[in-house]
Design a protein around this ligand. Structure first.
Ligand SMILES: Cc1ncc(COP(=O)(O)O)c(C=O)c1O
Length: 389
């Protein structure tokens, strides 16, 4: 046994033979992205002090709060929940989420991405048809693909197109309809009641991703399904947006939970989320449920930003409502340039470009937060005024 790491004999490093580069295509592809104005570079680790951030999903301003773990709570789950990683904190968080949303049960996932991919791939299979809104999040798209089901992508918010797809899918093994409730990039909303009726008429299951609506819409922040009086069969929510943490969950029946516990590969074959985060989620759910004042502050900031931007001539997407304010600039270059001008004015709004949004719809996705004071909002609008000169 060597006395120290330094004394340990080193295995000679075997690198690729001189002149070879197995990853040589990467630089070419990056150069292509740069030429198309689509190269993404990581921004500074944190926005510089004094910079106003108007592009986060931290709608209630919770992300900056300290996360106080109770004594003796493990930092890591240590294993998949199916093996030895199931902690009391996970069960407490799932109980708190289910009670908040008045659903029978909930199951935590390590991220919203993992929740959508794992759930869709577990529930749907070849022989099924999934009707999916054209602007659904990448994690829904990937989950649909992974399921092996036939996917009918329908025009954004088009219920007639969804119905036609369900009629075509009459002889499918099973039918699924999947949508976001508050669309992450367009800030608009489907008619959830009509969607529920459509699903019932065609014996389809309804899966709704409430990532951007939970915490900020509906009674006690319980989302747009609750606000519309609709019970989806599968509800996806995240801890990383208005709850200001990290991770996600699927809520629904106890049977759904047991099924996903057994079948959702992104759950089964993945370490359980940190018990510290799970315990913090219990606190954040309680906080969000009681935070009508935060929702009122968010509504104030949203209203002032929306009217101020419209007065400046920014053509915000007409269907958008709530704290997501999309300003379509069409070309990726124009969106990047406006983002850079805003940064010089002390306002951080990243340009959103393909493939996150369809080609020709590059944009600034401006978001409001309850953490913005009236002075912040006026300062941001002054920054927009300068940047638009
Ligand atoms: C609608 C929607 N679903 C799921 C996700 C993924 O959530 P997470 O960031 O927790 O992976 C996002 C993230 O932006 C989203 O916008």
């Amino acid at each position: 046994m060597p006395a120290s790491v330094d004394e340990a004999p080193r295995t000679p490093l075997l690198t690729q033979a001189e002149g070879l580069n197995a990853l040589r295509h990467l630089a070419d592809e990056l150069a292509e992205l740069r030429r198309a104005g689509l190269l993404r570079a990581p921004p500074a680790a944190a926005a510089p002090a004094g910079m106003l951030v108007l592009c986060s999903n931290d709608y209630l301003g919770y992300a900056g709060l300290p996360c106080s773990a109770g004594d003796g709570v493990s930092s890591g789950a240590g294993a998949s929940r199916l093996v030895s990683g199931n902690h009391e904190a996970h069960l407490m968080a799932e109980g708190a989420i289910a009670a908040w949303l008045e659903m029978e049960a909930a199951l935590l996932f390590s991220s919203g991405y993992a929740a959508n991919v794992g759930t869709l791939a577990a529930l749907a299979r070849p022989g099924d048809v999934i009707v999916s809104d054209a602007l659904n999040h990448a994690s829904i798209i990937d989950g649909c693909r992974l399921s092996g089901a036939a996917v009918e992508v329908v025009r954004h918010l088009d219920l007639e197109a969804a119905e036609r797809a369900l009629v075509r899918a009459q002889s499918a093994r099973r039918r699924w309809v999947v949508t976001e409730s508050l669309f992450s990039m367009d800030g608009d909303t489907p008619d959830l009641r009509r969607l529920r009726e459509l699903c019932d008429r065609h014996d389809a299951a309804l899966m709704v991703d409430e990532a951007h609506a939970l915490g900020i819409c509906g009674p006690r922040g319980t989302g747009l399904c609750a606000e519309s009086g609709v019970r989806p069969d599968v509800l996806v929510g995240t801890l990383g947006k208005s709850l200001g943490l990290h991770g996600a969950f699927v809520a629904g029946s106890a049977t759904l939970r047991t099924y996903l516990w057994n079948r959702a590969r992104s759950f089964v074959f993945s370490t359980g989320i940190s018990p510290v985060v799970a315990l913090a989620a219990v606190d954040r759910v309680r906080r969000a449920a009681a935070d009508d004042a935060g929702r009122a502050r968010l509504a104030m900031a949203t209203g002032r930003l929306r009217s101020g931007l419209r007065a400046l001539g920014a053509p915000l997407l007409p269907g958008s409502s709530g704290p997501i304010l999309p300003w379509i600039l069409e070309s990726a270059g124009a969106a990047v340039e406006m983002s850079q001008r805003l940064a010089r004015e002390g306002v951080l709004v990243q340009a959103i470009r393909p493939p996150t949004v369809p080609t020709g719809t590059s944009r600034l996705r401006i978001t409001a937060s309850a953490s913005l004071s009236e002075t912040d909002v006026e300062r941001a609008l002054a920054g927009f005024r300068e940047a638009m000169r």
